[in-house]
Design a protein around this ligand. Structure first.
Ligand SMILES: *Cc1c(COP(=O)(O)O)cnc(C)c1O
Ligand SMILES: [Zn+2]
Length: 501
């Protein structure tokens, strides 16, 4: 739709105005730093940063209902830069001019309601938001579109050049980083560090296909992260991990979309997210806070963070009810099918601590909860969801297992509607499904294959071994007809097919 057709009240706002009001704020010492600097931690105290808007108050000058209308009408624009996470430009990155925005089709992923059968099994109504339908098949594309657009902005301003971008990853960050960097080739080259044998073959193939330099490192993700941190302090590299506060900013779009998809009504809504490095839950909470403060939504949804018992440092931290006594202790992880979240020392823990406090205070009561689930329940619920028409990964299975656990603990009730993050596409993690179906999941995962969930292919062969066609040996007409009949009869018997009346 061209500008002329937009309503008069929306017209002046439909195209965002660029304003340079962002800055980095340290979560440790509250020091502030200009946004044009490449910063990941505070040079003063080494703590992680968040990006703040000096002019956040100006956002309140536009009444909430008008914001809603602006975002709804922006859907009708044909400008690629505003088709993804930057539909919410004023909240996602107001200093980024539209020419610097990198858009590869991320965001605006569908929310799919669970069918009646599955809802009854779980006990309440819920939706999956399919973030596996992003370009590199996980939610990481939201943060990467933001981080890489911020780099493009600095390149366009001639503040940096010849960028080497690096990240450590449990698989999906590297897929996203390599994809977005490849789009800007040769302005950005990317290198990714992966824990050897701790990512699926699909995840490994992604950065390789995008042309990134891929380094496999012995150990687990937490070990890779330490190497990347060392590289980023000793050498001139751009860090694309969620230490990079731009990643958090971009991932806030997930919450904005939920608000918009549910007609801005967050009453009785519960948003469930798996926690690994804790960047995503930080972003999700922050997004709702910002929309709440700008009067775009009038209440904060409940947030449930889910961790596997094999990688649960955040859950353990919040087990202590007395805030003053809480102490963060990193854990050693055990093998987890929610491998993308298998992190013992989450980088964003300081962000979580601060944002949870703000979130609960704004809500006026506890509105953020943490639950722990077994590996068995993650796998069983993932498979159950997908047998009911979803396309969720194991981490999305973790969300559903978490919702069930929260329901059993009365953290959610049947009056509520939950929105579950299917953080990646099922096919990225199909190796775990294969192992489960073949009853070959290694013992240390503590999962046994439940016969009800197993599905394996059946090879159907003809009785007569001379009637087996192959690419090189074609059958004669008569033999082939016999083959077709024999195989068809066998399938009909298996399916219990009846002859037509
Ligand atoms: C990264 C990732 C997570 C964990 O998100 P954090 O921001 O690290 O907490 C969960 N699921 C998938 C599929 C991921 O790629
Ligand atoms: Zn500091």
């Amino acid at each position: 739709m061209t500008l002329d057709y937009f309503p008069e009240d929306v017209k002046p706002h439909i195209l965002p105005t660029v304003r340079e009001d962002l800055y980095y704020k340290c979560l440790g010492c509250s020091a502030e730093y200009p946004i044009e600097k490449l910063l990941y931690v505070c040079p003063g105290c080494n703590q992680v940063l968040l990006i703040q808007d000096r002019n956040a108050l100006s956002l309140k000058k536009i009444p909430g209902p008008l914001w809603q209308k602006i975002f709804d009408f922006r859907k009708l624009l044909k400008i690629p830069a505003l088709k993804g996470i930057y539909r919410y430009h004023e909240f996602i990155g107001p200093c980024i001019p539209l020419e610097s925005i990198v858009y590869l089709g991320e965001g605006h992923t569908p929310v799919i309601e669970a069918n009646q059968h599955l809802k009854e099994r779980v006990g309440l109504s819920f939706f999956y938001k399919n973030d596996g339908q992003n370009p590199s098949a996980s939610f990481k594309d939201r943060g990467m579109a933001s981080a890489v657009s911020s780099i493009k902005y600095l390149i366009d301003k001639r503040l940096i050049s010849n960028v080497i971008a690096v990240c450590a990853s449990t698989g999906d960050t590297s897929a996203a980083a390599a994809l977005y960097a490849a789009y800007l080739d040769p302005l950005i080259k990317s290198a990714v560090l992966l824990p050897h044998k701790k990512v699926t073959s699909q995840q490994l193939s992604q950065p390789l296909g995008s042309g990134a330099q891929v380094f496999e490192i012995p150990g687990v993700f937490d070990d890779c992260m330490k190497i990347v941190e060392h590289l980023s302090t000793q050498y001139s590299v751009v860090l694309l991990n969620s230490k990079n506060a731009w990643r958090i900013l971009g991932q806030e779009s997930y919450s904005y979309e939920i608000a918009q998809d549910f007609e801005w009504d967050m009453k009785n809504k519960t948003v469930v997210v798996p926690i690994g490095n804790a960047g995503n839950i930080s972003a999700v909470m922050n997004g709702f806070i910002k929309f709440y403060e700008a009067n775009i939504i009038d209440c904060l949804p409940k947030i449930i963070g889910v961790q596997s018992e094999h990688a649960d440092p955040v859950f353990q931290y919040y087990l202590e009810p007395d805030e003053a006594k809480r102490k963060f202790v990193p854990v050693d992880t055990k093998p987890s099918v929610a491998q993308a979240a298998m992190i013992g020392n989450p980088v964003s823990m300081p962000r979580v601590v601060q944002i949870v406090k703000t979130y609960n205070a704004l809500a006026g009561h506890q509105q953020v909860f943490f639950v722990q689930v077994t590996e068995q329940s993650i796998m069983d619920w993932q498979l159950r969801a997908n047998r009911n028409g979803h396309i969720t990964c194991t981490q999305g299975g973790e969300c559903l297992a978490g919702l069930v656990a929260a329901f059993q603990k009365d953290i959610v009730s049947s009056e509520e509607t939950a929105i579950l993050d299917a953080t990646a596409h099922a096919i990225k993690f199909s190796e775990f499904q294969d192992l489960y179906f073949r009853s070959e999941i290694p013992e240390d995962y503590k999962i046994t294959s439940n016969a009800d969930n197993i599905n394996l292919p059946s090879l159907i062969l003809p009785d007569n071994p001379n009637l087996i066609p192959s690419q090189t040996k074609r059958l004669g007409e008569k033999d082939f007809q016999e083959f077709v009949k024999d195989i068809s009869d066998k399938i009909a018997e298996r399916l219990d097919l009846k002859e037509p009346l």
